[in-house]
Ligand binder design. Structure first.
Ligand SMILES: C[S@@+](CC[C@H](N)C(=O)[O-])C[C@H]1O[C@@H](n2cnc3c(N)ncnc32)[C@H](O)[C@@H]1O
Length: 209
């Protein structure tokens, strides 16, 4: 089985207990990633690799009746859960979750006003392709907020090397992927790189050029 299919099946299996892990929940890091988008009420926003769609209600809370958030994920089971959440919260008029591959989306060029990707690219089998696709569907000037994990600046310590090995084995996650570097190489200008102290997480806020 190709790696992409293995990863997709893994997330299908994990969807049942994904929200029990901190990564699947909504924390201050994810909220800050959304806040930095400075959405307007009528924004059309894309959440790439939405998982169970945990952040969708927070995104939707920033929008008015003409705004919309679309969460995409290639795991059918994740999307099923995201849609149950949307229904339960009664936000179906401004949110939807769809099964889609982030490397080949059905949306036209320059379609979205903003996008979010939380803990997505380091777990994607083809991150470069997904970043190029995000660039394609975003309007020029659109903000893209990426929350992910990476090598902390300075000397990478034992903790990081250990975590990297564990993460790779457990989830095919490449936590040392240089996502800001890939964004820069694609058509994004980095506005801000916010590192959380005592954490491997960072937010890379960029703008589509
Ligand atoms: C680590 S989870 C992050 C989920 C959510 N954004 C969060 O912060 O909890 C990564 C998600 O990306 C999805 N994914 C991986 N490769 C993908 C692809 N090519 N297209 C769409 N989704 C993908 C997985 O199915 C999984 O739900």
């Amino acid at each position: 089985m190709v790696r992409k299919e293995r990863v997709r099946k893994k997330y299908d299996r994990w969807s049942r207990f994904y929200d029990a892990f901190d990564l699947g929940g909504v924390n201050d890091q994810k909220k800050l990633a959304v806040d930095l988008l400075e959405l307007s009420q009528d924004s059309l926003v894309l959440d790439i690799g939405t998982g169970t769609g945990a952040i969708i209600p927070y995104l939707a809370s920033k929008l008015g009746k003409n705004g919309k958030v679309i969460g995409i994920d290639f795991s059918e089971q994740m999307i099923e859960r995201a849609n149950v959440r949307i229904k339960k919260q009664g936000i179906g008029s401004k949110a939807e979750a769809r099964v889609a591959d982030a490397t080949a989306m059905e949306y036209p060029d320059r379609h979205f006003d903003a996008a979010l990707a939380t803990f997505a690219f380091t777990s994607f089998p083809e991150p470069e392709k997904a970043i190029a696709e995000a660039a394609r569907v975003l309007k020029p000037g659109a903000r893209f907020s990426v929350l992910d994990t990476g090598k902390p600046p300075g000397k990478a310590g034992f903790r990081y090397r250990y975590l990297k090995a564990v993460m790779w084995r457990a989830g095919y996650t490449n936590i040392s992927l240089d996502v800001p570097g890939l964004l820069r190489k694609s058509s994004f200008k980095i506005i801000k790189l916010h590192r959380f102290s005592g954490s491997f997480a960072y937010i890379c806020l960029c703008e589509k050029t």
